[in-house]
Design a protein around this ligand. Structure first.
Ligand code: FMN
Ligand code: SF4
Length: 575
């Protein structure tokens, strides 16, 4: 078993990118030959992931979040202006590059950016000028104010999972005294459903995997947490890593997996050292490795693979492709990962929170868990609350809590809309605030973004359409083309040039993209537009031009250069 997994293609590319600030042709040839992979594969992977670059990036490589909660385009532009650089470019002296990036999971910390992979938060105009001065002076990051990089998890409300202490090995010790079927039965009776979004029964998933004929099986912890507005896995990986690892070990014992992986999003790379230290301590305590807790045949270890900036790799089959050192293109399903997953072997993929909950259930019993929540959604849900409220942060609630109660707790006022479950989730208006968080009502993987009445909601929806167009992996045409068409449509509406015809186009494109796309990204990408048109039609109406149609492309204006070259401006030279 290769715990460090230092030879993984993504890790070699990360190392090269960090050292040389780009991936050269020669580097790709060398890495391909070292890993015995086709060069075309290494090249495709380099181009697929946003953390790798074929052109040199700056020695200070700044990735500025463009999320509605932890990003700010105006502040990013201010930094660009101060450093004399355009967004997306590297300064000619190679000192700095600034690029915008999708949500970096810092929504409880105000405007944030990654600087050489380290998250820097609470950015305002004052801090922008200080950052610019430090960059110009080429001060190493370790000499920057340490508090700029300190991350508080802002835990505002705890319940079952976050308030019950957990000792490493305690669930495994309980499990040692039960049969595997008894433990699986406990998980089944608890009614635990996946916390990553889809809500599939965890016991069913584990059972399907366990019942396959193959001998080799894998368990994967999905720590890609890329949905804008979500940062609850960041907390679990920071403060409850042992519970998560224990959940993986419980799963491994049930499905008889010898190897597990954590797929950690690149934006959380700064958690790597502490996660490795926790894994090392578990190995030392006999909670990983061979004959765990002295149980003959219970051999299991965990390796961490760091992603490279692709939201689609949160989708479980794309994640598996990425683990297999390929581009993160979702697979055709069936077969599902439990039948044919990592390296074609049966694989369980679970969210971080699901695995933590499973460990708690084994330790405290199924009643502890199913006593909370609703009859279709047992237990609690950890929410990442951000946006227009006084107390952004982590809130753990029993399922069934209403939106109104949450808004009261976090000090939200004059709330215009809430985006539940991130851009791929549901955008609701005040008439839905008596609804509740539950799989049968408003489901969420954890994102809860609040927008008060000062926000331009159309700009929020536009931001989400940009997110999907950027993150579409390009594998299938409806999503690749459709997300760009929706982005262009929202750009036009927001700029005040939209017409009734454009809204009709947006509706039909949205319907086509969600019906014809290959994976969950495309299926849910139209949600912000659809919910916006359904719940906030007046906002669109107010912004429309009162004419039937205005073309998206101004052909006459585009001929201006030709007119100048030919020195003509007569009527014949215009359309
Ligand atoms: C585009 C896309 C992104 C996703 N991102 C994540 C993610 O970051 N974390 C996660 O646990 N699940 C994510 N999922 C859901 C996973 O595909 C999968 O259902 C989940 O990891 C299963 O774990 P669970 O049963 O514990 O929820 C995503 C799905 C899609 C379509
Ligand atoms: S729906 Fe989008 S993200 Fe999914 S496979 Fe197609 S192009 Fe890729």
């Amino acid at each position: 078993m290769n715990q460090q997994h230092s030879d993984h293609l993504l890790h070699l590319l990360h190392a090269h990118q960090r050292q040389h600030h780009f991936i050269s042709d020669q580097a790709m040839i060398d890495i391909a030959s070292r890993l015995k992979l086709p060069r075309a594969q290494v090249e495709a992977v380099t181009e697929f992931y946003s953390f790798f670059s074929r052109k040199p990036r700056g020695r200070f490589d700044i990735l500025f979040s463009n999320c509605t909660s932890c990003g700010d385009a105006v502040l990013m532009q201010e930094l660009c202006d101060r450093l004399g650089i355009k967004a997306g470019e590297t300064r000619h002296d190679g000192v700095v590059s600034i690029t915008d990036t999708s949500c970096i999971g810092m929504c409880d910390h105000g405007v944030s950016a990654l600087i050489n992979d380290r998250p820097l938060h609470s950015i305002d105009s004052n801090k922008i000028s200080q950052i610019a001065a430090l960059v110009e002076a080429e001060k190493p990051l370790d000499a920057w104010p340490t508090e700029w990089f300190e991350i508080d998890n802002h835990i505002q409300r705890t319940d079952l999972l976050l308030s019950t202490p957990f000792e490493a090995g305690s669930a495994l010790k309980v499990m040692r005294d039960e049969s595997i079927d008894e433990t699986l039965e406990k998980i089944r009776y608890s009614d635990l459903r996946g916390r990553g979004g889809a809500g599939f029964s965890t016991a069913q998933k584990w059972k399907f995997c366990r019942e396959t004929e193959e001998e080799t099986r894998y368990v994967i912890c999905n720590a890609d947490e890329g949905e804008p507005g979500t940062f609850k896995d960041r907390l679990l990986l920071t403060s409850h890593a042992n519970t998560v690892f224990e959940g993986m070990a419980v799963c491994a014992r049930i499905i008889n997996a010898k190897q597990g992986y954590i797929y950690l999003r690149a934006e959380y790379r700064y958690l790597l050292d502490s996660l490795e230290a926790t894994l090392a301590a578990r190995r030392k305590d006999g909670l990983l490795g061979n004959a765990i807790l002295g149980i003959e045949g219970f051999d299991f270890d965990i390796a961490i693979v760091v992603g490279a900036g692709a939201y689609i790799c949160g989708e479980e089959s794309a994640l598996i492709e990425s683990l297999e050192e390929k581009c993160g293109n979702p697979r055709i399903r069936p077969p599902f990962p439990v039948i044919s997953g990592y390296l074609g072997k049966p694989t369980v993929v679970n969210n971080v929170e699901t695995l933590a909950a499973a460990a708690g259930i084994v330790l405290h019993g199924e009643r502890w868990f199913r006593g909370a929540g609703t009859w279709q959604s047992r237990g609690t849900k950890i929410l990442s609350i951000s946006g227009d409220c006084c107390k952004a942060g982590i809130y753990e609630y029993p399922f069934g809590v209403t939106i109104n109660d949450i808004l009261n707790d976090c000090g939200a006022e004059r709330t215009q809309a809430v985006q539940i479950g991130g851009p791929s989730g549901t955008l609701i208006d005040a008439s839905h605030f008596d609804h509740c968080i539950a799989f049968e009502d408003l489901a969420t993987g954890g994102s809860f973004m609040i927008f008060d009445d000062s926000r331009d909601l159309l700009q929020v929806i536009r931001n989400f359409t940009h997110f999907f167009a950027h993150e579409s992996c390009g594998f299938c045409t409806p999503c690749r083309v459709g997300t760009t068409l929706m982005k262009n449509g929202m750009d036009k509406v927001c700029s005040g040039h939209g017409t009734a015809h454009d809204l009709d186009e947006l509706k039909s494109t949205a319907a086509l993209v969600s019906r014809r796309s290959h994976c969950g990204l495309g299926i849910t990408a139209p949600n912000p537009i659809r919910d916006g048109l359904k719940n906030f039609p007046e906002l669109f109406e107010q912004r429309l031009l009162h004419q039937k149609m205005e073309p998206e492309f101004n052909l006459d204006a585009s001929l201006e250069e030709a007119r100048q070259l030919t020195q003509r401006d007569d009527a014949e030279a215009h359309l």
